[in-house]
Write a protein that binds this ligand. Structure first.
Ligand code: 9MR
Length: 693
């Protein structure tokens, strides 16, 4: 489906390329991960400056109305009152606006009406196909308050034809009145894929199949072309997991998984099945009684969950029998923090190791052609590796049909060393099992305090050498390694953009516009690293890592060892600009936009974007503002942060000290807050006032 985009008369029009740049200034899209190599095209905005609701309507019987009681920019917003259920909220029809397969950024600012207690808001999409509704979360629960505007921003790709498509703001619970403002829907136009490059799968032919984890949305358009050109194996990133295939007991959904298997068959690709038993993305009903209460640890509970496991595996592995090259039968069952090395998941608590035995037995029975794998992350970490070795040895000795060990290989530009990775592979050779690299990606970050607005060129080069060295290793062990899969197709869709913190990562072989990166050359022809131009823009030559850990962390996986130095990379030195003494900034020649990227009880992450609106370069800058409600800066990146009393000072890093006329720089920070968290209203750059947008 290519839905027409020109029918609806938006109050602010359907905006094409010509006006995209100016609107992107009003709505700070530069914070969106998508904005790396090209200007975003803004498809729709709602600023509520004209005293209308600009197409927004209630979801049910609540009231939406224009308001001037609060505004994120200008003087108007949209106020929603009279909500009686948490899912009620302002809704906008996107059916004629959104195209299949395009990755959009959706951004909206939310603030609770005066006097409302803090709540959790989220941004969601409702779509319907053949009358069946589905609800997709674009931005998960985010704390919103009456004191400040909070930005909900996320990505969304429509992957199947629909007859109904809307976006809406709701709350997790409660029914507070709320304002929204400055909604924007945008996308970065995809470039045609490069067809004159060697295919990765051809370069690796004879060594092992090369795969990518994908969603259904990546089976469309340029993504599909990139996938079929370079890869001869595919893994469903989420579509075969329990929450996707049996969200409710006895209700199986295979639409997305079927589409991935059909694409693979049509393109002569293998399919890795992922995954049959895992502690994540497993619905709570699996471990609950019919009333929804958690099952007690009893023999009856054990029998019940093993029956549920068997039923699940018979359905899904049976459905695709003969079409799957390998199943990740169980995922992430090792916890090296336990003396016996076994993760205390609900599976384990209720069944001991029997869930593993049952899963392998049933999978073998229903799909005898599939190789059966036990899959885990951080298998290079000696303690974890050895626990995995012991478990596989024990179970194989019992006759459990484990054919192979999957090493996820979620690694970074510094960690782990090639020698540690080699020790990971050699450890399992005596067992006579197959080994596969199942989820590889190489984060450009080495700790959770770092954040770059665009991937720095030196990191991309370090990453390319890491890909070179690790693929060299894999090739040396190609007799033992039967498949290598990357956890994603291109940098426009990677789980690492939101793990362990929200930031722009670039862990794969192709960039956000699907063009080959130095990392691609690291795999295909290392002599071309840094030689063959790629469209990836130059980034900053150095980073300013923050010393402390980030406020949030996800479930999996985190390196558990201290990252080692980088003996295997050949970083190409990049010249570091020399800062000059801080110059005077003419009054009015800077503009600042301040946003809260995320907020949680007691803390928040902010971003300040500074634009040099003057006619000459600013070479060296210091940005200052005042926190008016007792907020306290705790760390900053892309600049050095300090706070004295209520005044915050951010001094440029070496690499972003030079701000040419018209250029912008973004600084990120973490801060504490209590009570309320109002945005600062005044900023100075080298002592001169900036306009605030
Ligand atoms: O890529 C997956 C991401 O979209 C999901 O949000 C996440 C949630 O559990 O799972 C990701 O995939 C994981 C994989 O299934 C198992 N190993 C770790 C992967 C990254 O978290």
């Amino acid at each position: 489906m290519r839905a027409p985009r020109t029918r609806r008369a938006w109050p602010y029009g359907l905006l094409g390329l010509a006006v995209a740049a100016s609107l992107a200034v009003v709505v700070p899209l530069a914070t969106a991960p998508a904005a790396q190599a090209a200007e975003p095209v803004v498809v729709a905005t709602s600023t509520f400056e004209d005293g209308t609701t600009q197409g927004w309507v209630p979801r049910a019987d609540e009231t939406v109305a224009p308001s001037t009681a609060a505004a994120h920019t200008g003087s108007g917003s949209l106020l929603v009152t009279g909500r009686t259920r948490s899912w009620e909220g302002p809704v906008l029809d996107l059916l004629d606006t959104v195209e299949l397969g395009t990755r959009y950024t959706l951004s909206v600012w939310v603030r609770l009406a005066a006097g409302e207690a803090d709540a959790q808001a989220r941004l969601s999409v409702e779509r319907r196909t053949d009358g069946t509704p589905s609800y997709d979360q674009v931005v998960g629960n985010t704390t919103v308050t009456a004191g400040t505007w909070v930005n909900l921003q996320g990505q969304y790709t429509l992957a199947q034809e629909v007859e109904f498509l809307t976006v809406y703001v709701e709350t997790a619970s409660g029914t507070p009145a709320l304002h929204i403002d400055d909604f924007a829907l945008s996308y970065v136009p995809a470039l045609p894929i490069q067809t004159d490059l060697p295919s990765v799968k051809d370069v690796l032919a004879g060594e092992f199949p090369i795969g990518a984890a994908v969603s259904r949305a990546q089976l469309i358009g340029n993504h599909a072309q990139l996938l079929s050109k370079h890869f001869d194996s595919v893994t469903a990133g989420n579509a075969m997991k329990w929450d996707a295939t049996q969200p409710v007991e006895g209700e199986f959904r295979f639409t997305d998984a079927d589409a991935i298997v059909a694409f693979a068959e049509a393109n002569g690709m293998q399919v890795r099945g992922h995954t049959l038993a895992w502690h994540n993305q497993t619905p709570s009903w699996v471990f609950a009684d019919t009333a929804g209460n958690p099952l007690p640890v009893t023999a009856a509970s054990k029998e019940l969950v093993l029956t549920r496991l068997e039923t699940h595996i018979r359905e899904i592995a049976g459905r695709y029998a003969g079409k799957i090259s390998a199943w990740d039968v169980v995922n992430e069952v090792i916890d090296e923090g336990q003396s016996d090395g076994i993760r205390r998941s609900r599976w384990y608590e209720l069944t001991g190791l029997d869930f593993i035995r049952t899963a392998f037995r049933v999978a073998r029975e229903v799909d005898p052609a599939a190789k059966l794998f036990i899959n885990d992350y951080n298998t290079n970490v000696p303690a974890k590796r050895d626990h995995l070795f012991n478990l596989v040895s024990q179970l194989r000795a019992e006759g459990v049909p484990i054919d192979g060990v999957g090493h996820q290989m979620h690694v970074n530009v510094d960690w782990p060393s090639v020698s540690e990775t080699e020790a990971m592979l050699t450890r399992f050779i005596p067992l006579g099992v197959e080994q596969q690299i199942t989820e590889m990606d190489i984060s450009i970050y080495t700790n959770s305090g770092e954040s770059f607005p665009t991937p720095p060129q030196d990191r991309l080069l370090r990453q390319a050498y890491r890909y070179r060295d690790l693929f060299d290793l894999y090739r040396r062990y190609s007799a033992d390694i039967t498949s290598v899969t990357l956890w994603g197709l291109a940098d426009d869709d990677t789980w690492l953009d939101s793990f362990p913190v929200t930031r722009i990562d670039a862990p794969l072989l192709f960039d956000r516009q699907l063009q080959a990166k130095p990392a691609y050359w690291g795999v295909v022809d290392p002599s071309q690293i840094g030689v063959t131009p790629t469209p990836t823009p130059s980034g900053s030559p150095t980073s300013s890592p923050s010393p402390t850990a980030s406020p949030t962390s996800g479930p999996t996986p985190t390196p558990t060892t201290t990252p080692s130095p980088t003996p295997t990379v050949n970083p190409t030195p990049t010249p570091t600009p020399t800062p000059t003494p801080t110059p005077t900034v003419p009054a009015g020649s800077c503009r600042v936009s301040y946003s809260v990227a995320g907020q949680w009880p007691g803390g928040f992450q902010g971003e300040v974007r500074v634009t040099n609106t003057g006619t000459s370069a600013i070479n060296g800058w210091t940005l200052r503002w005042t926190f008016t409600a007792g907020q306290q800066l705790t760390q900053a990146w892309n600049g050095t942060g300090a706070q004295s009393g209520s005044q915050v000072t951010i001094t440029a890093a070496t690499w972003n000290a030079n701000l040419p006329a018209g250029a912008s720089v973004s600084v990120g920070f973490l801060a504490d807050w209590t009570g309320s968290n109002p945005a600062p209203t005044a900023f100075t750059l080298n002592g001169s006032s900036c306009t605030v947008s």
